[in-house]
Design a protein around this ligand. Sequence first.
Ligand code: FES
Ligand SMILES: [Fe+2]
Length: 387
Amino acid sequence: MFNNATGPTCEYDTELYQTPFALQPHWYYDAAVYRAEAKAVYGNNWLCAGHKSELKNSGDFVRLDFCDESVLLVRGRDGELRGFFNVCQHRGHILVDERRGRLRGGIRCPYHSWAYSLDGALKQVPNQKNIPGFPINDICLPQVKLEEYGNFVWVNLNLDARPMSEQMPGLDAAIAEFIPDVEDADFFEGNSTTLPINWKTQVDNAIDTYHFQFSGPAHRQLTNSMEFTNFEREFHGRWLVEWGLPAQSSQGAGYDFDASKARGKVDGFIIIWVYPDLQIVGMPASRTFMTYRTTPFGPEKTVLDYAYSGAPEVKGSVTSRAAIDWMNGPLSEEDNSLTTGVHLGHKSQGFRGSRFLIDPEKSRYSEHPGSAFHQRLHDQVVPFLDR
Ligand code: FES
Ligand SMILES: [Fe+2]
């Protein structure tokens, strides 16, 4: 099909070498695939809404958007945390616009001012007194399933979903082991950006350590910040943990840190990836970690949501600030440029699909997590195609 007039044929003996499973390129831009993913993946998996410290006090809320959905998590006056669809039951306006914050009083729709209490009950409807029998006491915001697990809050649109502890056994222990500050951490800050790419391109990149050494100056700073030759990985199917011990000095790293005070692997570079789209990243010797979600809003539109938390005593410290700025700046910009380039390439008729390199040692270069992610996603999504 792509034979050149002269030169290599681009063909090889598939009996000698079988390329590991990878999604076909159209899975990265096809609207039908996106619609199926919205149901199969985003309608049916636990999604991380953030660190529990964001939802400590009565009225605290976070908004979690994905695909065409918007969910609101609110701590009620009774201390209970609830999750609702963030949509007014009058004519469907989105209720809360901000990403996070604190609600004083209740939840008021900006359109006709219907007001709900923090537990989701409808409380006030302008002109209600002129509508005999209006069922105000029977109208409320529909709830979603919600769990706290591993010191993070998770949401699932499938009300019959099995608990996180069954779907992701061991993840909570791994989070506690690798990020010991997680239990008492405070939320520091967050931001987001939108890229014209498919969300899976970012996930592929997140679980790819093959590129760390080869992909530009910020990635060299990344490998300089840890003992990359001893980089280790444990892959658990639905989640992955990988870590490098902190470097002996921060020379050549992305920011200055005091390596002599680093406490071993918990102060190294840590990535915990959770299917489908979450990374928890520990940044060396900073006692600061990031939750990073790469969420679809269309086949070629992805929102990258960064939220930083850490030990309360380092909030605003020079090292924590520098770690956040480096992660948000040079490293993210370099990765975003890589994934944008990949997205463009996926749409070329000259690309036939990823050729993952999986070595028997499952070394730090091996791309077995990428292939496994493709397989899992494929198996979840195929039954929902053409529905
Ligand atoms: S749409 Fe919310 S009050 Fe009308
Ligand atoms: Fe990267």
